[in-house]
Design a protein. Structure first.
Length: 214
């Protein structure tokens, strides 16, 4: 592949990478917002494939920022903490109501369940309308745990549940992002690049001078 074609393909690939669908759970503006809570709020979910969690986040219901950083954790069902981070107002607002902080990616095991939870006194939500769940996970139920204050540390394990579904008053504040999946156009371009490279290599072999025979 010549330099011009390589540059062209690279630009196309960069422009076609998907950014949608990263948020594990999202919804429209039709949801109830509750004031600061003295619990850790999150949810349990099952991984439908071996996908990586790339960021942990928390609800910023009004988009005006947190009164203090929110600590968010990711656990397995046995209570083992797999990742945690603090989300603060320096993290950009996503979809007008979320803030996420990147973590070292954690690869989920397909068929296994996990829990995400956030604490620190931020607003939380319930009675969600038109929820969207990334198809690589399944929302199982709400999860929460008693902190007893607005403290964001130490991090509590959300070991309680009211067995509520996503839009059944499932109080939660924490969320996470998943690794992006290339759009179909990206895969086509990768295939095009591979074919082009193969043809170019074949032309070079044909054009190469034959070795001299002594």
């Amino acid at each position: 592949m010549n330099r011009a074609m390589a540059g062209f393909v690279a630009v196309l690939l960069m422009g076609s990478r998907a950014s949608a669908g990263l948020i594990a759970v999202d919804f429209d503006t039709g949801y109830s917002v509750y004031g600061n809570g003295s619990k850790i709020y999150g949810f349990e979910f099952e991984a439908n494939s071996a996908v990586s969690v790339t960021a942990l986040g928390n609800l910023d219901a009004t988009g005006s920022g947190f009164s203090q950083p929110q600590q968010v954790g990711l656990w397995d069902l046995d209570g083992n903490l797999l990742a945690s981070t603090f989300v603060d107002n320096s993290d950009p607002l996503v979809n007008d109501k979320w803030r996420f902080h990147e973590i070292t990616p954690v690869t989920l095991t397909s068929g296994q369940s996990y829990i995400v939870g956030g604490q620190g006194g931020a607003d939380f939500t319930a009675f969600i309308n038109t929820p969207y769940v990334d198809p690589r996970i399944t929302f199982v139920q709400d999860r929460h745990g008693y902190v007893g204050s607005f403290s964001n540390d130490p991090l509590f394990f959300p070991n309680e549940s009211d067995n509520r579904g996503l839009n059944e008053a499932s109080y939660f504040g924490a969320n996470f992002q998943l690794a992006a999946v290339p759009e179909p156009g990206s895969l086509v371009l990768f295939g095009f690049a591979a074919v082009w490279g193969g043809l170019a290599a074949r032309r070079r072999r044909i054009a190469a001078p034959l070795p001299s025979v002594s």
